[in-house]
Design a binder for this molecule. Structure first.
Ligand SMILES: Cc1cc2nc3c(=O)[nH]c(=O)nc-3n(C[C@H](O)[C@H](O)[C@H](O)COP(=O)(O)O)c2cc1C
Length: 394
């Protein structure tokens, strides 16, 4: 992908991976992604903001050479993760006089990850709100810990009101255009997946850094993944909504079933909620990837896991889902477990303990032997009634 100009002497020089289907070997990326890097040419000095992931060196160096970038004064690293800093060792060789500009935490991570001890004297360590002059352009740095690593920082080009935010406000989306298309459902869906997987575990930090964005009031935001954002950008409003403390009137029922008993219980619960007018979405865990499940739980006030017992515990895909839900820390208020067993089970306790750190109310479980009988069906109706009451009070 060719380098593209964002404004006078500021370029997007990163690479696009149209075919990426898994990011970090954990997160499905059905629309690919990009590894954004930005070149800022001041009247006296030139800085590169972040690099790319390893293996993209041919495209990346080509972009820099097309801009005739034969020397570089600074390589700013906003975040040490390998998809941002991966080409740093190579760039230090290509540009032997370039200095690495970053914060103390990021420097520590870079030294450890890339074994850069031999070039430690090439680091310039900056602190919060420090500035660095490039001549007629000034870089200003903002420490932004926990959106998404402790080392994360933002870099602003003060005169142009452009803010580079590394992973914050990014999207795994190989965009056909330089700037975002706020009307594209594909892009917005990808943005939500990304928020759920990368940012949701740090919700309060997201809220704090949205306030920082308001304070800086950039005209353009350059994240490390996905399109550049021309402000106002819909994703910023969506981040406010997603990271807000109040969940939506929405129930997620995620189920797995081997012989149909738990599936039947799921059906009774979902049908009952539908009849009560409580918005509900049902997901078969065997066919639901972690990106879809992650997005689904962003707004939900209630999440129900439905699983049979396998070897005294929950089915493994339900364990996987519970682990994901716990790790992503959604704003869920009520959690429940339903399911079926044969002779002995610890499934409810197991899931209860896994989900306890979320601090949500655990609804009375409905966990029965074999197929649901009349008593079980009544218990499921009871659960639906409690959910309706809780959601009315939201
Ligand atoms: C591989 C396997 C392991 C099982 N392990 C247990 C178990 O440890 N304890 C138990 O009570 N039932 C166990 N069962 C029985 C199921 O939990 C029981 O058949 C249940 O009703 C199945 O629910 P489902 O129809 O939703 O799949 C096991 C079944 C299978 C297939």
């Amino acid at each position: 992908m060719a380098a593209r100009e964002i404004c006078e002497r500021i370029y997007s020089v990163g690479t696009i991976d149209w075919d990426l289907r898994y990011f970090d070997a954990i997160m499905p990326t059905p629309r690919g992604s990009s590894y954004n890097s930005y070149l800022v040419k001041g009247s006296e000095k030139t800085a590169l903001i972040d690099t790319c992931k390893p293996n993209d060196e041919a495209d990346f160096i080509t972009n820099l050479m097309r801009l005739e970038q034969h020397s570089l004064d600074y390589i700013v690293i906003d975040h040490a993760e390998q998809d941002h800093s991966g080409l740093l060792p190579l760039l230090l060789e290509v540009y032997p006089s370039a200095k690495i500009v970053t914060n103390e935490t990021c420097k520590g991570l870079l030294l450890a990850m890339h074994h850069l001890e031999e070039v430690e004297d090439r680091f310039i360590t900056i602190s919060d709100r420090e500035t660095l002059s490039l001549g007629d352009k000034t870089l200003k740095f903002y420490l932004a810990p926990w959106v998404h690593w402790p080392d994360t920082m933002f870099t602003e080009v003060v005169e142009d009101k452009i803010l580079f935010t590394t992973d914050f406000l990014g999207t795994h989306y190989a965009a056909p255009t330089l700037y975002q298309d706020d009307e594209s459902p594909d892009y917005l869906e990808a943005a939500k997946r990304y928020y759920a997987a990368i940012m949701m575990p740090f919700r309060s930090s997201v809220q704090d850094h949205l306030k920082l964005i308001d304070e800086i009031a950039p005209k353009i935001i350059g994240p490390s993944h996905g399109p550049v954002l021309k402000m106002p950008a819909k994703i910023v409003d969506l981040y406010r909504e997603w990271s807000g403390d109040t969940p939506k009137n929405l129930v997620i029922v995620a189920y797995v079933s081997m012989h149909g008993s738990t599936e039947l219980m799921t059906k009774f619960l979902v049908d009952d909620l539908v009849q009560r007018g409580v918005p509900v979405q049902q997901y078969n865990l065997l066919e639901t990837d972690t990106g879809v499940l992650g997005s689904a739980i962003v707004d939900a006030a209630t999440i129900i896991l439905a699983t049979p017992t396998v070897l005294f515990g929950p089915h493994p895909v339900a364990v996987n889902a519970a682990y994901l839900i716990r790790a992503l820390r959604p704003k869920v208020r009520h959690l429940g477990v339903i399911g079926s067993y044969g002779w002995g089970t610890n499934a409810v306790n197991y899931l209860g303990e896994m989900l306890a750190p979320l601090g949500a109310e655990m609804l009375d479980p409905v966990y029965i032997k074999g197929l649901p009988d009349e008593e079980a069906i009544q218990a499921i109706h009871g659960m639906a009634e409690v959910i309706e009451q809780r959601h009315t009070a939201l």
